[in-house]
Design a protein around this ligand. Structure first.
Ligand code: FES
Length: 105
């Protein structure tokens, strides 16, 4: 189940970019690649740095931690490179017309 929470309008986020949203205790990095949106935990699993401040790798569908460079899959949350070894949470994204929402479990 979970609760659907609207984060922003579709065009609030440019393709190839990311932005942090705080929803209750959930710190979420929303990422846009083309017309697709992904949401994952914003806090890197290696240390407390914000993934939404890192580079989006559109072709690989990954985001790079700005501190030590681990990249995380936007679809699974799994780190693809060291030093991070643990995944970050992934959230279901729903796009309805102009509204981009996530499902908070
Ligand atoms: S804080 Fe993200 S890789 Fe180290």
């Amino acid at each position: 189940m979970g609760t659907q929470v609207r984060l922003c309008a579709r065009d609030d986020l440019a393709p190839g970019s990311a932005r942090r949203f705080d929803v209750d205790s959930h710190r979420i990095a929303l990422v846009r690649i083309g017309d697709d949106f992904y949401a994952l935990g914003d806090e890197c699993s290696h240390a407390d740095f914000s993934l939404s401040e890192g580079d989006v790798w559109s072709d690989e569908c990954e985001i790079e931690c700005p501190k030590h460079g681990s990249t995380f899959s936007l679809t699974t949350g799994e780190p693809q490179t060291l030093p991070a070894t643990q995944p970050v949470p992934v959230y279901v994204v729903q796009v309805d017309g102009d509204d981009v929402s996530v499902v908070i479990p």
